[in-house]
Design a protein around this ligand. Structure first.
Ligand SMILES: [Zn+2]
Length: 229
């Protein structure tokens, strides 16, 4: 935004820090300088044998795995993820994706990565929410690294297991989300960076990575904004 536009906009509609709520200075975006400094960063970018990578040991081979910050119960940074995911603050997701990538550029994290692929949302969820937060985070990383974003090859579908003998509740439980890499994609033989908002057990990232490998992707790395601690 042009600076005088921003000054006028700030006067009438003050922008506030998405973590502490303080009114932002002219040069601050989404988070104040103090909250950027206090962010509980992980050291995953310089330590490849980290807690996130360990979630996948014995299951699949993950080249590199990184999270920007820790996601702890009751923390204001947890609220930040909530705003990005459910509160319509998708641009803040893109901004933090850019900031994470900027801090990782001095490491070898992005070396050899051909494409960035966001974890897809099921179509009905995306329609309801209006956007896929992981795609916005991935876009931020792509903007900073100039690695191509591929957001339409990996899809999420609902799979209903036929269990007609069971009650309504059990039938509901038998509905699960499955990921699939569509044919005719450009990812075959490539090294893909899979991007999500948060990693907790790693189950979603694992399911996505398995779908990528099944579809011919050769190597997978992972990045999330937050990691549960
Ligand atoms: Zn703040």
């Amino acid at each position: 935004m042009r600076s005088w536009h921003r000054d006028i906009a700030d006067f009438f509609f003050p922008r506030t820090c998405r973590v502490c709520g303080r009114v932002l200075m002219r040069n601050e975006e989404y988070l104040c300088v103090q909250c950027m400094l206090d962010m509980p960063r992980t050291d995953f970018g310089v330590q490849y044998d980290n807690a996130m990578a360990q979630l996948f040991y014995g299951k699949i081979v993950v080249e590199r795995a990184v999270s920007y910050f820790y996601f702890t119960k009751g923390s204001d940074y947890r609220l930040l993820i909530h705003r990005i995911k459910y509160g319509g603050e998708k641009e803040c997701g893109s901004y933090l994706g850019r900031m994470m990538a900027r801090e990782l550029v001095s490491t070898s994290f992005f070396e050899g990565i051909d494409y960035i692929v966001p974890v897809p949302l099921h179509r009905s969820k995306e329609r309801k929410r209006g956007y896929n937060q992981s795609e916005w985070i991935a876009q931020g990383i792509a903007d900073e690294t100039h690695i191509s974003l591929c957001a339409d090859a990996l899809v999420c579908r609902t799979h209903r297991e036929s269990q007609t003998h069971k009650g309504i509740y059990d039938r509901y439980l038998a509905t699960r989300e499955v990921f699939e890499l569509l044919p005719d994609n450009e990812l075959r033989g490539c090294h893909v960076l899979l991007v999500d908002d948060v990693v907790t057990t790693g189950a979603t990232l694992l399911a996505c990575a398995e779908a990528l490998f099944k579809g011919g992707v050769r190597r997978v790395s992972m990045a999330t904004l937050a990691a549960a601690k």
